[in-house]
Design a binder for this molecule. Structure first.
Ligand code: XIL
Length: 372
């Protein structure tokens, strides 16, 4: 009996996953579990969260970190209540999953997926093929067939394991260089440009219901790189490659806004794909000031508005939600304070701006026209 209930639930989720446009899409969760009620701390009245206000069909996600999850109850509480989707910040990357050839370490990724299931969250899988995260044991000196075999094995094994529990995968990440050419990586050198299509086909074979994304940075506005990505996606789809969506990482600076965000998202949508904001953060030059945090809030709001203005935009994900655990200070020297919550987990102006935007749109019954 339990088994058949689980099967029916899985089938329902699969149906939800197969639907494309957000107007018709039911929000799939990791395992068909209903949203968990928001825990109220110490009997205080429950406050509204981003998740409560998000319009149906658009997910609000965050990258999640296994350490925060294991060690910090306040982090867990916010993760579970503010978001209805999560991306593993690092736990599903190849080096984390397969430290030695054929030896898998699933615990970190499994922990995140289980948390998501318990909290009614969709899991966005990140990422199968990324030049920055190739295990050391994969050698560029191997013959091409061997390189191809390990890549195929990796994609197939990981996607199969999470089949039905991951709603979308970043199949390839950052395959373009700054000029819009295919990036010079071990995959391009050994396998030629066809590796991109192959990766999508392998992923599709392993989980036909998963939505398959190509993800990149520097493509949020109308840049040369965005033009090149548009051509790549168009060519892949014309060739019948199962590319379902384009992810716009959106690692932004507080003082620079991408050019024509809405128009750019729309031209991708016109190819027939979903679009998603996949890794939004807005770093500021340190020290942060109230004025910089206000400007940051404007940018967060602008990106949310852009997503909500484009019906093909299926999710809006921030790259971590607290300054206490953000990757920014470690990777962008002199910058920080990039997230929605400060390092003490208090909401910042950016969080208030998103809440305000969602309330306004709800009260006007939909998308507010106007510049992005
Ligand atoms: C980053 C993580 O946040 C760091 O913790 C890790 O050390 C390196 O990767 N683009 C991506 C993400 O697609 O996977 C990166 O995440 C940030 C840039």
């Amino acid at each position: 009996m339990l088994v058949s209930v689980a099967l029916v639930a899985t089938a329902l989720v699969a149906v939800g996953l197969a639907l494309v446009g957000r107007s018709t899409e039911t929000l799939p969760v990791a395992d068909g579990a209903g949203p968990a009620p928001a825990p109220s701390a110490g009997g205080t009245p429950e406050r509204q969260t981003l998740r409560d206000l998000m319009p149906p069909g658009v997910r609000i996600g965050t990258a999640a970190d296994g350490r925060g999850l294991s060690l910090d109850p306040a982090y867990r509480a916010l993760l579970g209540t503010e978001f209805n989707a999560m991306t593993a910040e690092n736990a599903m990357k190849w080096r984390s999953l397969e430290p030695l050839p054929g030896v898998h370490a699933w615990a970190g990724a499994d922990q995140l997926v289980e948390f998501a299931q318990q909290h009614g969250q969709a899991v966005y899988g990140h990422t199968l093929v990324w030049h920055s995260d190739v295990p050391k044991w994969v050698s560029p000196d191997w013959p091409a067939e061997r390189v191809r075999a390990v890549l195929q094995e990796h994609v197939t094994t990981v996607v199969s394991r999470y089949r039905g529990r991951v709603w979308a995968w970043d199949v390839v990440n950052e395959v373009l260089d700054e000029d819009g050419r295919l990036r010079d990586t071990i995959w391009l050198r050994k396998l030629g440009p066809g590796y991109v299509a192959d990766a999508f086909r392998w992923a599709h074979a392993a989980d036909p219901a998963a939505r398959l994304f190509i993800n990149d940075y520097g493509v949020e506005g109308r840049t040369r790189k965005a033009d090149a990505l548009l051509r790549l996606v168009r060519d892949l789809r014309r060739a019948g490659v199962p590319v379902d969506g384009v992810g716009f990482q959106s690692h932004l600076r507080w003082d620079q806004s991408p050019r024509d965000l809405v128009g750019n998202l729309r031209r991708f949508a016109q190819l027939g794909v979903s679009v998603a904001i996949t890794e939004l953060d807005v770093r500021v030059a340190l020290p942060a000031s109230p004025q910089k945090l206000e400007q940051q809030a404007v940018l967060y709001r602008r990106v949310l508005r852009a997503c909500l203005a484009v019906p093909a935009c299926v999710s809006f994900t921030v790259w971590g939600f607290t300054d206490a655990r953000s990757w920014i200070p470690g990777y962008h020297r002199g910058y920080g304070a990039a997230c929605l919550f400060d390092s003490g987990l208090a909401p910042k102006p950016a969080h208030n701006a998103l809440m305000d935007e969602l309330r306004r749109q709800a009260s006007r019954g939909g998308v507010v026209p106007g510049p992005d």
